[in-house]
Every structure is written in C-alpha cells, then in structure tokens.
Design a protein around this ligand. Structure first.
Ligand code: NAD
Length: 245
C-alpha cells in the first residue's frame, strides 16, 4: 500500500528554469517542501524566492558526485530526508557523429545520465529507510526513438529509461517507484535555440499541432509522485502531443 500521508520532501535538479522550475512550482503549490538545485546560486535563489517560502535553492553541479552528496546533506539539515527525486537537469550538444567532439559526448552523458546515478544513489538510502520514495527521471521521446544529430543526447535519454527500469526492480519491494517522463517538444530555453524553420517543421509533425508547456510536463511528474500513481513503476510516459506515435 502507498503511504498517502507522507510529507513530500522534493529535490528537483536543474530547477532554476524551464521544466524543472515548473515541477518545483507544482510541488510547492501542493504543499510539499521543495529543494531546487542548479548551477548558478543567483538564478536558483531568485527562482526559489518567486515560488514561495517552502522552496529553497541550492547551487550544485550534479555532474560532481561530491557536490551531490553535499547537496543531500544540506537538504537533510534544512528540510529532512528527500523522498521525491526529480532528475531533471539536462543539456544538449547536438551535432552529427562525424563532427562530434569527445567533450560533446562526455558532457551530455555526464549531465543527463551520470548525474541521475549520483542522485539516485544518494537518495535511495533515505527512501529505503522510510520505505517510501518516488523517483522521476526526465528522459525524452528522443530516448525512445532516436534522432539524427543527437546520438549523445539519445544515448543519455535511452540510458535513463533502462537505468530507471533496472532501479525500479531493485527498489519496488521497498515501496519506491522509479519512472521516466519523455517530453516531446516543450517551449523552454533549450528549444528556443532552434531556428523558426526547425520549430515549424517539428510542430507540423505533432498530431496535436502545437508545442507543449513546461506545466504540462510538470503535472505528469507530480502525478507520478502522487497516491494516484502508487502502482506505477518502471514506466516511460511520453508527454508529447502524440509526436512519438
Ligand atoms: P533548460 O535548459 O531550460 O533547463 C535545464 C536546467 O538544468 C537549467 O537551469 C540548467 O542550468 C540546469 N543544469 C544543466 N546542467 C546542470 C548541472 N550540471 N547541474 C545542475 N543543473 C544543471 O531545459 P528544459 O527544456 O527545461 O529541460 C529540462 C529537462 O527536460 C532536460 O533533462 C531536457 O533534456 C528534458 N527535455 C526537454 C525537452 C524540451 O523540449 N524542452 C524535451 C525533452 C526532454
């Protein structure tokens, strides 16, 4: 059975803006205590102050395993044990394989995939003790179907899905669920880098005929951490207006 009365103590990585910020806002509005981490202390503190007094910002680079362990210790002192982890921080360094530099490959794998390993390992101990936890990994429809020009990003996002399914099997008996959300084309700084022609070409392929909003992704993340999703684990849920069909 799920523990409906558990007080949610949430960590959203990359919570300074975009989808992460929307996730933090959704959890904060439902009364959870929310920690957001991002690269810039200034940005993350500004976001936290906009989202309310139950949100606190931390500067942490999730590619740095020591920084991740320190982050979890700080949140433990400020709020208590993290029981909802949203691995959202992510980057893209898109280019064709023949032009891809080692740094393009390594930074994307490190930021999008290795960070989830560091954060899940740091979070799992506390969740196991509490016998309750919710982990949501921010994958992408590119992790389901691939995309030319994004071999590094696709590998990291597909890796997150398989990582999550494996971890879901390890943690299921402790009432800890691990799921992935796979956004399609969502309007954020990440997609604002695309040219108008590229954006129009993507929207043309979306059956719902429009881009998605960060809030539409955040609602699914929040659902996966809610009692309504207590029997869902190991899933990878597209939030893409039908793009990946
Ligand atoms: P964004 O660039 O607006 O936000 C990402 C945030 O992560 C930024 O605030 C950034 O500073 C932070 N971040 C990056 N590296 C970090 C690190 N090492 N440590 C801590 N924080 C770090 O992007 P977004 O569109 O909001 O994307 C959020 C997540 O959703 C990413 O994982 C992305 O791959 C995924 N996603 C986005 C889309 C989309 O269309 N926007 C689609 C599919 C998946």
């Amino acid at each position: 059975m799920s523990n409906d009365n558990v007080e949610q103590i949430v960590l959203v990585t990359g919570g300074g803006r975009g989808i992460g910020r929307a996730c933090a806002q959704a959890f904060a509005e439902s009364g959870a205590k929310v920690a957001i981490c991002d690269l810039s202390l200034e940005v993350v503190e500004q976001t936290a102050s906009e989202l309310g007094s139950n949100v606190k910002g931390y500067a942490a680079d999730v590619t740095d395993r020591e920084a991740v362990d320190k982050l979890f210790k700080s949140i433990e002192q400020d709020f208590g044990t993290v029981n909802v982890l949203v691995n959202n921080a992510g980057i893209n360094r898109d280019t064709l394989l023949m032009r891809m530099k080692d740094a393009d490959w390594e930074s994307v794998i490190q930021t999008n995939l290795n960070s989830a390993f560091y954060c899940c390992r740091a979070a799992a101990r506390g969740m196991i003790k509490q016998r309750w936890g919710r982990i949501v990994n921010m994958s992408s429809i590119i992790g389901l179907r691939g995309q030319g020009g994004q071999t590094n990003y696709a590998a990291s996002k597909a890796g997150l899905i398989a990582f999550g399914k494996s971890l879901a099997q390890e943690l299921a008996s402790r009432n800890i669920t691990v799921n992935a959300v796979c956004p399609g084309y969502i309007e954020t700084s990440m997609t604002n880098e695309l040219s108008d022609e590229q954006k129009a070409a993507i929207v043309e392929r979306v059956p719902m005929g429009r881009v998605g909003s960060p809030e539409e992704v955040a609602r699914v993340v929040q659902f996966l951490a809610s009692p309504a999703a207590s029997y869902i684990t190991g899933a990878a849920i597209p939030v893409d207006g039908g793009l990946a069909m």
